[in-house]
Design a protein around this ligand. Structure first.
Ligand SMILES: NC(=O)c1ccc[n+]([C@@H]2O[C@H](COP(=O)([O-])OP(=O)(O)OC[C@H]3O[C@@H](n4cnc5c(N)ncnc54)[C@H](O)[C@@H]3O)[C@@H](O)[C@H]2O)c1
Length: 237
């Protein structure tokens, strides 16, 4: 199986969860230090590939190389993203394009790379990470929010086109997940109050909670499930 953005945060929890299930895991990330550390820590059956996912030619080449070494992928988790905040007035056309490149474009091209292999097997599961950000209207991140909304649309388009090949495509919307980046950048006592007052559950969502849902969507337990959106937000929306 393949995971993008698997070196840290939710992606690292996904890599670890699949590894614990005995899966062969190939993950791609721009963060070489974290990717190498995770790969060394987990050991066998895990392969880290350093890749800037906004380089779509390199993405296609590296996915093909990985498939030729490890076998065609059964599962793709389109997880990588970058949720930097931006003020509307400051957004230039180049910045807008770069935000969509890091948050949206690679999800389509990673899917395009794995689809022929899944078609040849007559089965596959693609899980696209969106966010509740676009449902709640996260402030100061219009390009990120627009990308996350587009991912839900992309999921429906791919699910319809690929269902006849036995390939399932689902979308996952996490709420606030307590990753290291979120803790470092945004988790103030005030924001904790906002999270807890909006959620039904009085506890943080951990990366492992999202990874567990991804495992379900990847496995045959969900063999009749496609073209859907799954929300792991402790009841926020
Ligand atoms: N953490 C949350 O609260 C939260 C909430 C809703 C949705 N999500 C979604 O879940 C997914 C994972 O989020 P996270 O919080 O773990 O993010 P994160 O920022 O902690 O990790 C993202 C990973 O993607 C990698 N990455 C970023 N740009 C890349 C590039 N150009 N090429 C290759 N790799 C790149 C990073 O190095 C990192 O390892 C994202 O799609 C995010 O939008 C997260």
């Amino acid at each position: 199986m393949a995971v993008t953005g698997g070196a840290s945060g939710i992606g690292a929890a996904i890599v670890s969860a699949f590894h614990a299930q005995g899966a062969k895991v190939v993950f791609f990330d721009i963060d070489e230090a974290s990717g190498n550390a995770l790969s060394a820590n987990l050991g066998e059956n895990v392969s880290f590939n350093a890749l800037n996912l906004t380089d779509l030619d390199a993405l296609t080449t590296q996915f093909a190389q990985a498939a030729s070494i490890f076998g065609e992928f059964d599962v793709l988790v389109n997880n990588a993203a970058h949720d930097d905040r931006h003020d509307i007035a400051a957004v230039t056309p180049a910045y807008w394009r770069e935000r969509l490149a890091v948050n949206l474009d690679h999800q389509f091209f990673a899917a395009q790379s794995v689809i022929p292999g899944m078609q040849s097997k007559g089965a596959g599961s693609i899980i696209n990470m969106s966010s509740i950000a676009w449902r709640i209207g996260l402030p100061e991140a219009p390009a990120y929010v627009a990308s996350k909304a587009a991912i839900e649309g992309l999921t429906h388009a791919l699910a319809r086109d690929l269902g006849a090949d036995g390939i399932r495509v689902n979308c996952l919307l996490p709420g606030f997940v307590r990753t290291q980046r979120q803790i470092d950048k945004w988790l103030t006592p005030e924001f904790e109050q906002t999270v807890m007052s909006n959620q039904c559950l009085d506890r943080f969502i951990e990366p492992e909670d999202v990874a567990a849902m991804v495992v379900v969507l990847a496995s045959d337990v969900s063999r009749a499930v496609t073209n859907q959106t799954w929300v792991v937000d402790a009841g926020w929306t």
